[in-house]
Structure formats: structure tokens, C-alpha cells
Design a protein around this ligand. Sequence first.
Ligand SMILES: [Cu+2]
Length: 533
Amino acid sequence: MGICEWTRREFLRNAGLAVAGFAAGQGNQRRVGVIARPQLNLATLEKWVDPLPIPPVLKAKGQRPNPNDANGKLAYYRMGMRPLSYKVHRDLKPTAMWSYGGNFPGPTLEARSGEGMLVEWANELPAQHFLPIDYTVHGADKGKPQVRVVTHLHGGKVPAKSDGYPEDWYVPGKSATYFYPNQQDAAGLWYHDHALGITRLNVYAGLVGNYFLRDSFEDGLHLPKGKYEIPLTIVDRSFDAEHQLYYPVSPDPDSPWIPDLFCDAILVNGKLFPHLEVEPRKYRFRMLNASNGRMFHLTLSNGQEFTQIGTDLGLLPAPVSQKLLTIAPGERMDLVLDFRGQEGAQIVLQGDSLLLMQFRVAKSGPADTSSLPKTLRPVERIAESESVQNRILTLGEKDDMSGNPMTMLMNNAHWDMPVTENPKLDSVEIWSLLNFTDDTHPIHLHAVRFQVLDRRPFEPEDYYKGGTIRYIGATVPPAANEMGWKDTVQAFPGMVTRIITKFSGYPGRYVWHCHLLEHEDNEMMRPYDITAP
Ligand SMILES: [Cu+2]
């Protein structure tokens, strides 16, 4: 019955300090979180009454001097973060949210590869937060201002000082102007808040938006575009009986942080149960899972396949068609859906017993002149032999004496401990992510694009006792739709997930972290340095 529920696990534990989760799913228990206010009953809402909104594209406000070229100028954008009162459904009262540019999702930024730009991210929010801050979480202590923001361009290859480092937050009335070089391939990037200790609350409040980077290679494919290219930004939320955002809390009033968040009100581009009128032709959908913690397992009600043409950071070598899409928080999927042959049909996008949106296919329409080529963009595989370092990195959690998760850790290290990952600029490394918990953690590296090498089950206890990895199953190659460039990888429980990347771009301090925002906020994030030679 709970609109939101969260899990607390009873793991094998060792004096309250063990990194938990020796075996995937072992002794797992789910408890319903504290719902302190009456909740909206979703079943009473009429479905498919609101049209799917398309976020506006932000226009440049002229040009500003290029910080890296005394004679050059760059397009300049200004994005204000401010409160928004927004009806997520025709029959609901407006919901108080926070927004980029007065929109949820925020206005889309359109960029061209090779053309840098400047974005001023302005904090125009009030001084008080409206969601439950946990002052015991690292970086969110009572000495800090409640409302702190810093924007990260997820997927961007960006100089460190423009990356949105979690400690680079600023308060209402302040702003930061970031330089985005756009020296990378066409891809669906996105921007969102990244302030230390309260990212989960700022994103939940509404601070997310899309950033589409385009290039001439992609133009040459003649994919569906214009009104036939549509962003689908998916988030789960919970609403109270007054139709306001509800973020559940732990039973401990002094520490309201919860380890996982799964809500069952699903917003697509900000609306509950929206519909989209489509023509019987190909559409390109830029799907983003901007949820705090929910992974979606998506299907279409008519059994139709999704054709995936791109991953987080660009086009796949060839389209991949499948009936089930699993998309974790932080991931993007570039999709083509062909509604030809579905004239007059009403098709529902659904998953995990949740209804997301409806496509209404017209009985006829103009001719489709777009293409879906059989091959897209070559993705040259990085050879393992190029790697100069294989880092073994653990994903775990620390539990209290009752087995409740207290902190999520990577490499058993806290945020403020010295940097341990320090790859050299332009060097290739393999990172092996050993997942000791029973969650899939979507692990995101800033600044780089990587490839998934493989996954393989291992015996956690051997690693604890002797520091050695003993594999207990066969190597699983990446799925066909993971064979492109990625910046977020699903690290499965009980598995070693290996990724390979070249740390090209800019030297400086970045972060890598779990993109389950409840984990990220509670120490499942680490600084790392790309070091100049
Ligand atoms: Cu995690």
C-alpha cells in the first residue's frame, strides 16, 4: 500500500562494521518506510489525459569572451534555478517543486560538437529547503546553509573547474559560469544538481534537464528529427494527499536518510500518465532515467520491440532491437520506435507493473523520409593490453548493529579520505568493480567515456579473507546494447564488473560514484584525480 517503500537489509554482520552482503540476496528483508502524511491515491486518477510536454530549448543570451582564447567568443546561456508550481496531472493541484529555468525537466540545451559554450547556473532558490535534510550525512552538517547547489553536466568531458565538483556548491543569490568545450561525439547528456550531502533532495525537488550534443556524423544518418525526436525523461516521485512532493524518512528523526527510494508515481517529462499523439512512422526517443533510485524494466503493451541506437555517450555500432529495456538511474538510451503498421493503436509504455505513458498512433500521416541505417557509428574496442593499471574497487555498505545500512562505501573509503584513484592523463586503465551488496549499483565516472568489458560472479568471502578474487561462474560479456560508449555501468550484485577507459581530456579532480542518489549522498562517492604527466 505504501506509495514509497525502502529497504533495510539484514546482512551477515561483524560487530557492526563489516562490509555487508556476503551473498547476493542473502537474508534480505524489505520494510516499509515511514509515511508521515496521507498519500495521493494514484488509482483514482484518470489516465492519459495530459499531453506529453516537450521541454523548451534554451536560447543563448548573446556571446561572451572565450576564457581560453582572447580573440574568441562563445555562446552564453543563463539558467536560473527557481521554485516552480506545476500541475503534474490535470486533476491535481499544482505541486511545489524546484526547477531549472521554470521548467521540469529543465529547458533542453542544444550543443554542437567542437563548439564550446558558457552556461551561467544561477541559484535563485529560497534560503530554506522543503525536503528532509539529514544533518548527520557527510557534508550536510548543521553548520552548512540549507540550500546549496552545484550543477554537473553528466557525460560531459569538461575541465575540472566546470565539472560541478560536489564541494563547489553555492548559496541563493550566487551563480557559477561553466565552460563546456563540447569536444566529444554526439550524445544525450544531461545536467543535474550535485551538491554534497543533499544531491538526492535537490534532484528530487526537480533540478534535472537534458543537454543534446550533436555532430555532422549523426546528421548524416538522417535519423528522425525535429518534432519526430522527443526526449523522455523518466522519474519516480511520491505525492501526499495535498498533491505535494513527499520524500519518505527513516524512523530516526535525527537521521532521516533512507538507503533506497522507490516511488510509484512515475513522471514522464514532468507529467503523470501523459499521452503522445504520434504518426505511423519512425520516432527517435532520447530516454533518460533521472530517478533517484528506481531502475525501470520497460516494455510496450503491444509487444513491439524497442530499437536502441545509442548508449549513454553516443551511437551504437548497429541498432539493437529488444522487447525489454532495463535502464538504471543516470543511464540514457537513444531509441527508435516505428509506429508503422500500428495505425489507430494505443500503446502503453510500462514496466514493473507501473504505467508510464501512452502512444496514440494516428490512422495516417505524411511520408516518413527519415532513415534507420543498419550500421551507425563504429565503436573501436579498447584492447585490454593497452591498460597500464587494473584497479580493484569494492562496492559495499556499512551496517549498524541491527543490520541497517548506515553508509555506502566504495573501496571501503569515505569521501574525505585521501585520493586513491589517480590515473595519468591519456593512460588506459581497467577498473574492476567488486559488488559485495545485493543492490545493482549504477557506477558513474565523471570526465571520461568507458567500455564495459565483462561481468563475472565471484566469492566475496574469499576476498575478505585473503584479498583474492575467486570466480565462481562464467564470464558474462556485455549485452548487445552495452557495446557503445558508456559513462554509467550497472554493477550487478555478487559480480565483478570490469570497465576499460582512457583518461583523456583534462587533468584535475573529478568524482566517481554510485548514481543511486541516496547512496551517493551517503559516501558512495569518491574524488579521483586525472594527473598531468
Ligand atoms: Cu549504490
